[in-house]
Design a protein around this ligand. Structure first.
Ligand SMILES: [Zn+2]
Length: 263
């Protein structure tokens, strides 16, 4: 599952490659849009909202292509004629201009909405950690509306704040010295935790390697995520790997029982 900064970078790449360009060929491999042909339309821009991508296309009317990477998805920008990096049958959208081919592979959501109805697909999101209108106080207020919810699960709820994925949720709990199962109301300094979330995504959106430790070397860039059984970088205790979350949406959680004592 990608994090908000990964999606922000995808939006930047799409925006650079397509904005202001006329589409020469489109192929939307979703039954509802199988007959859609947006050749001749102009791409206005691509922006991210939380983990959602909005590609605004001016055709017969102002459309927005709404896509979401979900678990395995990714957008690739290729040169015309360049070999695709993933199997063709996993492509869901192809947007071609004279100079670039944007291919969306294994996307979890592909739909067109009228531009003035974008709020139907992203209006449910909480404050966007990387949005121009990021509102830390509102994010804290929304989190506090769920006092008994485990804090890690609450951080992942995109309606409370938008952009945190499983990696950042685990890392934020470690950095804050909080057991992931701690109820929101028992987190000692929730505003500080939210401020750190913003700081981490904001720093990492410009980096090829996401780091929470400050070390950009792969293998040293994270505190606990995906480090089950390995020694804590701070105290040497083995990192514990557990599975939490509602049925069907379980997530693997990593934490150091010594640095993040249960409350
Ligand atoms: Zn530790």
């Amino acid at each position: 599952m990608p994090e908000g900064d990964t999606v922000w970078r995808a939006a930047q790449r799409l925006d650079r490659a397509l904005s202001g360009q006329v589409l020469t060929r489109t192929d939307v491999r979703v039954p509802a849009y199988a007959t859609w042909d947006l050749a001749g339309a102009t791409v206005a821009e691509t922006v991210s909202r939380g983990k959602h991508l909005l590609t605004r296309i001016d055709a017969d009317q102002a459309w927005t292509l709404h896509t979401h990477l979900k678990m395995e998805g990714g957008w690739r920008i290729l040169e015309p004629g360049q070999r695709w990096p993933r199997p063709a049958h996993t492509a869901r959208v192809v947007l071609e201009t004279a100079e670039a081919v944007a291919v969306g592979f294994s996307l979890g959501i592909v739909e067109f909405v009228a531009r003035d109805a974008e709020s139907d697909v992203v209006g449910h999101l909480g404050p966007d950690l990387l949005g121009p209108d990021w509102d830390a106080a509102e994010a804290v207020r929304r989190l506090r509306g769920h006092p008994s919810r485990p804090v890690k699960e609450a951080l992942l709820d995109q309606t409370l704040l938008a952009g945190v994925g499983n990696m950042y949720a685990c890392e934020l709990c470690f950095i804050s010295g909080v057991d992931p199962q701690t109820p929101v109301e028992q987190v000692p300094d929730l505003p500080r935790m939210v401020a750190r979330a913003h700081q981490l995504l904001d720093q990492n959106r410009h980096r090829a390697v996401q780091s929470t430790t400050g070390d950009l070397a792969r293998g040293r860039n994270l505190w606990v995520y995906a480090r089950g059984g390995q020694p804590c970088r701070r105290c040497g205790t083995r990192i514990v790997q557990t599975t939490h979350g509602p049925e069907g949406q379980e997530r693997v959680t990593y934490h150091c029982p010594r640095c993040q004592p249960a409350r």
